[in-house]
Write a protein that binds this ligand. Structure first.
Ligand code: DGP
Length: 112
């Protein structure tokens, strides 16, 4: 299933890409909910939701988390703090069915 994120990976539509490596790309969310709001997505595998990931993707999932912590440092929010969110399916609030991790920071997070 192709999504808007597939088009970003293939550079068919523009995005403000802040990081790319062999496994993931990260770009600014088009509708930011915080001063720093990045999306970290797998670039070689189309995994619609976390439910579709299995042990073969364990390394990739860990890499997404470690990339988030590096990007938090790069954006100066590692020490102040940040929030990571991965929405799953409708009631989780997922709207784009290409696995992604939100990195949010630069303001006080509320809730939970
Ligand atoms: P989620 O609700 O977890 O599926 O989050 C999807 C996010 O993707 C949402 O915060 C908005 C963002 N988004 C949707 N379309 C685009 C796009 O075309 N470009 C960028 N940069 N972000 C997008």
């Amino acid at each position: 299933m192709d999504t808007i994120f597939g088009k970003i990976i293939r550079r068919e539509i523009p995005a403000d890409i802040v990081h790319e490596d062999d496994h993931v790309i990260a770009f600014k969310d088009v509708n930011p909910q915080a001063p720093v709001h990045l999306l970290i997505i797998p670039k070689n595998e189309e995994i619609p939701t976390l439910n579709d990931a299995d042990e073969a993707q364990q390394g990739l999932l860990g890499h997404m988390l470690l990339t988030a912590s590096k990007l938090a440092a790069d954006h100066g929010i590692a020490e102040s703090g940040y929030r990571l969110i991965m929405n799953c399916n409708k009631e989780g609030g997922q709207t784009v069915y290409h696995l992604h991790l939100h990195l949010l920071g630069g303001r006080q997070m509320k809730g939970f």
